[in-house]
Design a protein around this ligand. Structure first.
Ligand code: ZN
Length: 362
């Protein structure tokens, strides 16, 4: 017998058999990370967890090409629509093509609590759903902006301390003056998310944030909280600390890559020790793109991603999950827009993406 409770806790019917529903977590490094500081030989010391703990449990693609615009919002939107989007990176707008979340929820009839995005910058607030006809917010993902959540929460308590929390609140590293002013309504909406979705009191949230070092740690904390409280089937988060590279501080860029490496392992551990996620979750980890090459006279090396060179366009993908072959390296080139059709062909929904289902991950 299948009870209503077992449906809501993540079980699905397939024919006459009942099997645990698959869950999917996509982690992007939305800061641009070069091979040189990650999986290339000279970078491997920065990623001991990805290399020695996660890669042996998954399939690793050494060549992922991003042929689109190398700005974080438009590139992340392209990853979630499976189409190289062409809009202005610096204007928060819904992507014109349907997102992964809308395909997933519309075709598989999933409830709105089942898809979430955790994003670093206020510019990502509209990434959860598109402006495409027949799609839109009624099928989209909830979007949580941890920095905005913290800023709304800190306004509501006497726990706010500029010195202790200010480092979380820089919205992005490319346009430090980007307007992040939130309306009273925005603040209220975020406080509501904190209490009704994450079931966290404002005081506890701010107190916990004070124990963390960075915005990426806050994002992982929220991801784990979502897993506990909502157990969504589809979640995407973007780690963004490493984009501090734009400041020109190589050591901070490296620190952030090392932190992302640790946080990916922490997330996988949380997945594999969570009764709703263990052995039924596929995790995809992929930088949105690389950064400029040191010897490219048109660029400034690791600092930016402006030249569109091969190094800035080429990155990698690591996939882990029950249907994914372990300890496997694939050298054939794939594209970043292949991710959405791949998740679609695995979970059983169709997409309009010109990308291809990656056969090794079907
Ligand atoms: Zn950047």
């Amino acid at each position: 017998m299948v009870s209503a409770t077992s449906f809501s806790s993540g079980l699905a019917l397939t024919g006459s058999a009942i099997r645990p529903a698959d869950k999917t977590i996509v982690v992007t490094f939305g800061g641009g990370a070069r091979d040189e500081e990650t999986f290339a030989e000279e970078g491997q010391a920065n990623i001991p967890n990805l290399l020695h703990t996660l890669l042996p449990q998954g399939t690793f693609f050494t060549q992922v090409r991003n042929a689109g615009i190398l700005g974080h919002y438009v590139a992340t939107a392209s990853i979630v629509t499976g189409v190289y989007e062409r809009f202005n990176n610096f204007i928060a707008q819904p992507p014109p093509n349907p997102t992964l979340f809308e395909y997933f929820r519309r075709e598989l009839r999933r409830p709105e609590t089942d898809a979430w995005v955790i994003a670093p910058s206020n510019g990502f607030q509209k990434i959860g759903s598109s402006s495409a006809r027949g799609f839109g917010p009624q099928f989209g993902a909830g979007v949580i902006l941890p920095k905005r959540l913290l800023s709304a929460a800190s306004r509501n308590t006497n726990l706010f301390d500029n010195d202790q929390l200010q480092h979380f609140l820089q919205d992005n590293y490319e346009m430090p003056s980007y307007d992040i002013s939130a309306t009273a309504q925005d603040n209220e909406m975020h406080l509501d998310t904190l209490e009704s979705t994450l079931r966290l009191s404002v005081q506890d949230f701010v107190k916990h944030a004070k124990t963390l070092d960075s915005a990426d740690e806050l994002s992982i904390f929220i991801a784990k909280r979502l897993m506990d409280r909502q157990a969504p089937s589809l979640m995407m988060l973007t780690l963004h600390d490493m984009d501090v590279a734009h400041s020109g501080a190589f050591s901070l860029y490296i620190d952030a890559i090392q932190r992302a490496d640790r946080l990916c392992a922490e997330l996988w551990k949380a997945v594999q020790s969570h009764p709703e996620y263990k052995d039924r979750t596929t995790v995809y980890i992929m930088p949105d793109f690389g950064r400029d090459a040191d010897d490219d006279p048109a660029g400034n090396g690791f600092q930016h991603h402006r030249t569109g060179s091969a190094m800035a366009r080429t990155t990698w993908l690591l996939a882990l999950g029950p249907h994914v072959r372990q300890n496997t390296v694939v050298d054939r080139a794939i594209e970043s827009i292949d991710l959405v059709p791949t998740i679609g062909c695995h979970l059983g929904f169709s997409t309009n993406s010109p990308g291809r289902c990656i056969e090794e991950l079907r």
